[in-house]
Design a protein around this ligand. Structure first.
Ligand code: SF4
Length: 290
């Protein structure tokens, strides 16, 4: 099987040092919405300068290079054992090259492994066999600060007056944004999952963040709720980094799952402005990066 270690190192370098164009565009547009001379505008301008410098110098956009989350869509015939070895080797090498900070800390003995590799759980890799011929590897780097402000709700939630319907979902998602304030490094992007069990609900709330900015759910009710949540979050006045202003959330993405009759979970994964998400596609001999 082909060795893609070098190509995956390049995927990691790009993801860590260069934000995707759709994210950068949305951040640029946000600057114009903030008052000239305001702290909010200043914070966004600093973010933009940081983005440009990181890209020019191939240095991490943020000192926290986050949890590496890989999604691998592989055609029949590829070995997931080999792909996993290559991903782990690439991550170790990318860390040596300082594209990544050593981020894997053994939670029991409080020891940093120094090479960004933990047990089977770090990096997180999800494999999905596909019917197509291309191998696609997606990578998202999810920062710790924004991970800390993610929340899960079990509806009904009487303290928030949130029932088991989309009106209840709206209430708890807005509660999550309100409680996060600027702590998740706003402006953020909300990944929301409705249903599932506690585990699948959180996983899917992150998976939905792999889609491009502005991608709307095919269900018109969920698409409408996505738009509404972004608008109402921005009316809270929390603003970039919590400095106040009109830009608290850049986008909201919702996914609906099946649930048990007894449960109704809503999970909110908050992604910070450093929305590092990239993809490589292996088409025959060619490797294309997006
Ligand atoms: S939450 Fe995001 S922007 Fe903030 S420190 Fe962590 S990675 Fe950096």
């Amino acid at each position: 099987m082909r060795d893609l270690t070098q190509e995956i190192i390049e995927l990691i370098r790009r993801t860590s040092s260069s934000l995707p164009p759709d994210v950068e565009k949305r951040l640029r547009e946000s600057i114009e919405k903030e008052e000239p001379g305001s702290a909010a505008r200043g914070a966004l301008e600093t973010i933009m300068k940081n983005i440009e410098l990181s890209r020019a110098n191939s240095t991490p956009i943020c000192q926290d290079t986050g949890t590496p989350i890989f999604q691998v869509h592989y055609p029949v015939g590829w070995s997931t054992i080999q792909l996993k070895k290559q991903i782990r080797a690439a991550l170790e090498e990318a860390t040596k090259k300082s594209f990544m900070r050593p981020n894997a800390v053994d939670a029991i003995y409080d020891r940093n492994t120094g090479n960004n590799l933990g047990g089977d759980d770090f990096p997180y890799i999800h494999f999905e066999e596909t019917e197509g011929e291309d191998l696609v590897i997606e990578l998202m780097l999810k920062g710790g600060g924004c991970e800390n402000v993610g929340r899960q709700y079990s509806l009904p939630d009487n303290s928030l007056g949130a029932g088991r319907d989309l009106a209840g979902v709206r209430k708890v998602v807005l509660d999550a944004v309100q409680k996060a304030q600027g702590q998740g490094c706003a402006p953020g992007i909300l990944g929301v999952s409705i249903g599932g069990d506690r585990g699948s609900s959180y996983i899917k709330s992150k998976e939905v963040l792999f889609s491009e900015m502005g991608t709307r759910n095919k269900d018109p009710n969920l698409a409408e709720l996505e738009e509404r949540l972004t608008k109402e979050s921005n009316e809270m006045g929390i603003g970039p980094m919590g400095f106040g202003g009109k830009t608290t959330v850049l986008d909201t993405k919702i996914t609906g799952l099946s649930r048990l009759p007894a449960s109704y979970f809503v999970s909110v994964s908050y992604m910070c402005w450093a929305y590092r998400r990239r993809k490589m596609t292996v088409k025959g001999e060619e490797v294309i990066y997006d």
